[in-house]
Design a protein around this ligand. Structure first.
Ligand SMILES: Cc1cc2nc3c(=O)[nH]c(=O)nc-3n(C[C@H](O)[C@H](O)[C@H](O)COP(=O)(O)O)c2cc1C
Length: 191
């Protein structure tokens, strides 16, 4: 299924065509090369002062770590995420080297995540960002050090037909993608 964005000006095809599915092909296996490509794309995101605060935790379906990661998600996400081929958690360093807080790390996390999602799309696969998790449970699963904060996660896999889902997940799968109009979000200087 395609959900190409309806835009008021032309944008890069990957940006128009990328969307976040919940229906994944449970028989698809992601290759190590594809995962490497996704992580490389994440690595090359910009970050404040080039601090690169992101740290990645990766698991593929069929492994104990994958099941544990999925188990730390909230209920709605557990209804669809298990069929994805891989799961990636992005954590960030929450302090600068001098020990002071590093709030920009969360912005950097968003940039590395978007790089990964775009690369996933370019590989002919689809990523879905996820924040709905029990943070403490995920921390335990990953055995994270205190200087790391979980920013978000994402599924990676091959799209499947929406009919493989049911209930709210199915409804959201077939719903059109929507955004606020530019008039609503450009405060100054709209062309
Ligand atoms: C930081 C972040 C957290 C998200 N968390 C969830 C989530 O927990 N569960 C979910 O189903 N979708 C989640 N989403 C997906 C959004 O609902 C989705 O990106 C948005 O509706 C726009 O749809 P699109 O990506 O298909 O354009 C999240 C997206 C982002 C950016």
């Amino acid at each position: 299924m395609q959900k190409t964005a309806i835009t008021s000006a032309e944008i890069a095809p990957v940006l128009a065509e990328r969307w976040s599915p919940r229906a994944y092909d449970v028989n698809h296996e992601v290759s190590q090369h594809e995962l490497l490509s996704i992580l490389e794309a994440g690595r090359w995101a910009p970050s404040a002062n080039n601090m690169q605060p992101w740290r990645y935790s990766v698991a593929v379906r069929g492994t104990e770590l994958f099941d544990q990661m999925i188990g730390a998600l909230t209920g709605f996400n557990q209804a669809w995420a298990p069929r994805a081929s891989a799961f990636i958690v992005i954590s960030v360093l929450n302090q600068k080297p001098d020990g002071t807080p590093y709030p920009a790390a969360m912005l950097d996390a968003g940039l590395t995540a978007q790089n990964m999602m775009i690369q996933t799309h370019e590989l002919g696969l689809a990523a879905h960002p996820i924040a709905g998790m029990v943070q403490e449970d995920m921390r335990k699963v990953l055995d994270l050090a205190d200087n790391l904060t979980i920013a978000m996660a994402m599924t990676v896999g091959k799209r499947a037909e929406p009919e493989t889902l049911e209930g709210p997940a199915f409804e959201r799968e077939i719903a059109p993608r929507t955004r606020l109009e530019l008039d609503e979000i450009v405060l100054h200087g709209k062309p």
